[in-house]
Write a protein of this length. Structure first.
Length: 79
């Protein structure tokens, strides 16, 4: 039985992809909460609640994306 080796190039690409998309998702989540609270004059507390709510959705989307990426990408190969 052959040993399994980590494909480092693919692992680095997947980590970089995760960081890039996570920054984008959380940036949009925070900006959306801030913008909606300001647009409708809801106050800072509601703004923080909206930012937190949108960040939870962003985290859920990020988790699902990374699960799918890890399922598709082969991080280990035959050595």
């Amino acid at each position: 039985m052959a040993a399994r080796r980590t494909n480092w190039q693919t692992l680095i690409m997947v980590i970089s992809l995760g960081i890039l998309i996570a920054v984008q998702l959380f940036g949009v989540a925070l900006a959306s909460g801030w913008a909606l609270a300001g647009l409708f004059e809801l106050g800072p507390i509601v703004g923080y609640v909206l930012m937190a709510l949108f960040s939870v959705f962003a985290g859920y989307g990020m988790l699902n994306l990374m699960r799918r990426v890890l399922k598709v990408e082969g991080l280990t190969g035959r050595g």
